[in-house]
Design a protein around this ligand. Structure first.
Ligand code: KG4
Ligand code: ZN
Length: 334
């Protein structure tokens, strides 16, 4: 009998629904929330309200696109955490109601595990064991992946996520939120060696990105006091130099992890994996260090329900279901 799962993602500022049939992700519908742009970051209360508005149309579209009616569904998968509690609550409540109404199993999915499992939506798929660098606005982790359900965080940020560092630096440069893609865009025309920002070196495989934010802040303050047009005149070089430092920090620990675990299967996940500087650095390592690098299709890099669907499918195969008394978890270990 075929297995058809509806998956729902609502952990941050994307409302998303996807359908997976027998391990094949059929569609991935995402409604992004533009309401946060003017605030320079995600406003939790506004995110919850937007999820409430978006969830029914997004789910309906996923079902209709796949030519399904509710009675075709074998299970409902949803993001339980980590994420914004109010945002998670919308997806969790919706998933629970549907599972109850249809009398079908409910599957909880860990958002960070799902980012890693996004690599199993399309070919080529990484071979186990592999390392996954998950880099987003909320997380920076090196994950040792032994199987679809057995993962261990071997390194992570102790303060800001790298996406947050991109966004905060972008804000200081006067760019709109989220500024990561804009830094990437301006960096293409800039000189990465022009300005030097100090790297914070943490023990082991951990990261710290809060220091660079402060360094950029003081540097800009100083330069702007001498020349109020400093940012405008140097935007491309500033973007390139900031991006260069952040990517260098990411790659140093990733290389260290690859050596430590003797693994050459390297995957990246999360919104920052769209960054062209990171992609170039990985390409160079592929040639120089013999790595096999895996980058998911862009739609599966940022927050999406396709990755929740594939993670839910693996859990369905293991019959890992949860009861209707389940609630969301803002913090949730991998
Ligand atoms: O995974 P994601 O969509 O959402 C979560 O944070 O969970 O990641 C969003 C983050 C933002 O910080 C955004 O600025 C960053 O990914 N980002 C980028 C690029 N595209 C997205 N950062 C640098 N370069 C990019 N091209
Ligand atoms: Zn995410």
């Amino acid at each position: 009998m075929s297995v058809t799962i509806l998956a729902i993602e609502s952990s941050c500022d994307e409302t998303s629904a996807a359908i997976v049939i027998d391990g094949k992700v059929i569609n991935n519908i995402v409604a992004s929330q533009s309401v946060h742009k003017e605030y320079g970051g995600v406003v939790p209360e506004l995110a919850s309200r937007a999820h409430q508005q978006n969830i029914v149309p997004v789910v309906n579209k996923a079902m209709k696109d796949a030519g399904l009616v509710p009675s075709n569904l074998s299970a409902i998968a949803f993001t339980r955490g980590p994420g914004l509690l109010g945002a998670l609550l919308v997806g969790t409540s919706f998933a629970k109601s549907m599972a109850l109404a249809l009398d079908i199993p409910l599957i909880e999915v860990n958002h960070m595990q799902a980012h890693v499992l996004a690599h199993f939506i399309d070919d080529p798929k990484p071979h186990f064991p592999f390392l996954c660098l998950t880099v987003s606005g909320g997380h920076t982790q090196i994950v040792l992946v032994k199987s679809p359900t057995n993962m261990e965080i071997v390194g992570q940020t102790k303060d800001d996520a790298v996406g947050e560092a991109f966004d905060k630096a972008a804000k200081m440069l006067g760019l709109t939120y989220p500024g990561g893609p804009l830094i990437d865009k301006y960096a293409q025309d800039g000189n990465p060696q022009r300005f030097e920002f100090p790297e914070t070196v943490m023990p082991g495989l951990d990261y710290s990105f809060s220091g660079i934010k402060t360094a950029v802040l003081y540097f800009l303050k100083e330069e702007l006091s001498k020349n109020p047009e400093f940012i405008k005149e140097n935007l491309t070089d500033l973007s390139a130099s900031i991006q260069y430092t952040l990517i260098k920090m990411l790659m140093t620990k990733l290389r260290k992890a690859a050596r430590q675990f003797n693994i050459k299967e390297i995957a990246i996940a999360g919104g920052v994996s769209a960054n062209s500087g990171l992609r170039n650095a990985l390409k160079q390592h592929e040639n120089k260090h013999g790595w096999n690098v895996y980058v998911p299709d862009f739609q599966y890099c940022t927050d999406n329900a396709g990755m929740i669907a594939i993670a839910g499918y693996y859990k369905f195969l293991e019959r890992e279901f949860v009861g209707l008394d389940i609630g969301p978890m803002a913090r949730m270990p991998i």
